[in-house]
Write a protein that binds this ligand. Sequence first.
Ligand code: NAP
Length: 550
Amino acid sequence: MAEANPTGARRTGGPGTTEAFDAVVIGAGVAGMYQVYRLREKGFRVRGIEAGSGVGGTWYWNRYPGARVDSQAYIYQYWFSEELNKAWNWSERFPAQPETEAYLNFVADHCDLRKDFDFNTRVTSARFDESTRRWRIETDTGETLDTKYFITCAGMLSAPLSAAFAGQDSFEGQVFHTARWPKEGVALAGKRVGVVGTGATGIQVIQTIAGQAGHLKVFMRTPQYIIPMRNPKYDDADREAHKAGFQAMRQRVQRTFAGFDYDFPERSFHDMTVQERRAVMEEIWADGSLSFWLASFAEMFVDPAVNEEVSEFVREKMRERIKDPELAAKLIPTTYGFGTHRVPLETRYLEAFLRPDVELVDVREAPIECIVPKGVMTADGTVHELDILILATGFDAGTGALTRIDIRGRGGRSLKDDWNADIRTTMGLMVHGYPNLFTTAAPLAPSAALCNMTTCLQQQVDWITDCILYMESQGHRVIEPTKAFEDSWVAHHDAVADATLVTKTDSWYMGSNVAGKPRRLLSYIGGVGGYRQKCEDVAARHYEGFSLAR
Ligand code: NAP
């Protein structure tokens, strides 16, 4: 697989130099690659900056055992080119990380994207210069990039919470955060391995390494509702059918609730008998995808009684698989409702706990206190001795990728300070006070969580590109959302969010996994189709709600 810039040459001038661009893009993931491509094809001088040594973003960094997509392959793809679609063949419905990373490398090759990126380079700071009305961007390689447009495609789950516990440095074994898994892999055979975290990542790790490690201890604080993944291999006929349906699917995913092919049906939960509802749930459950969450009963997000009926259905399914009542009591959630935070797909995750070499440590009663040289110490004084500690502890989602950079807008205001006080954006696309800064996968848009990411990221990149083209055609130098428009978007976002049960459950969706982070649903939950329409309306009204200046 191709990796670093194949020319080996740095694109920017080297330490101490300043180079001018029309646009600088952070990130060589799904969004960044497409953003660089779109602007380059329109003739802009654009440079991408990527911390990793290759393209792929999420699929470059998250190479932990078992990492796998849970959007179907035929929708987790680029929509801008049917040629790409025709030239690529997926092997299965939910491909593993190496295949997804290979796909993104294939796209980079096909579109000749690497020459427009600086790899192994991090943006450390970015400052809007009010005298030139341009951004000055500094990198950790000592270069300065001077640019009119600054576009962040830094990912919503890219700032790992890797310093999770006091004393980590004292550990005599090895510690890995899942999002920084070594490319060469980690030898687990015969080792005492601990995994902290049972989110979507932890589940994939646990179900994969159970039986590989000598002994596995799972430190679980919050049990998860899960859906068994159905992951058939594709044959040529499947692939042909997907390719034939490309154009129709491209249209469809733009308008559904979560950017998938499936959607909530019109039928009402309350118009059906219990038996009818049960039959519907059985049928969708058997699909083995996120459709049970995002295309069953929309009422589950707002009505506690509906949510409880769906939750109980899932609990029953889980109980059937864990006969041991003590284990079932630990592994089956009861304190929050199904779907009020991210639902993972899994494959024999529960069965991992039935193995003699896998042990569940419930850290609700005795939380992890610190890491000591021999392992993990819990509040009851037990030291769980380990050789390897895997942190599946998640991310500072949505905001972390940008607050870890010193971004300064008008008047020197700091995005970190602003978002530490209150997480606000205008449609997740721009932030008041930060002219000509465009964001993807940022808070308050569906792409911050509730979306098939390729659908939403491409929509945002297209909106940003169209906006830039509009500005250029009108001779504008600066665009910035007005405070009033941002206020109205935040109020709308909150109103939609507060009507749901999602805001009542703690998770990274609400920022509650990071101490001190302001509480707000990170993702817009008004639906992908509706969001797209609102974005299109703003553009059609010549960027109403934004101030533009020549
Ligand atoms: P996560 O959902 O935030 O889960 C982090 C886990 O670490 C939780 O179980 C959390 O427990 C636990 N944890 C954190 N600090 C802890 C502590 N001090 N003590 C004990 N437990 C602690 O992160 P993630 O699993 O990396 O997933 C993040 C998101 O990435 C997912 O929701 C999903 O959107 C995406 N993802 C997608 C895929 C896919 O598409 N296939 C795969 C993996 C991830 P609490 O819940 O109690 O806080």
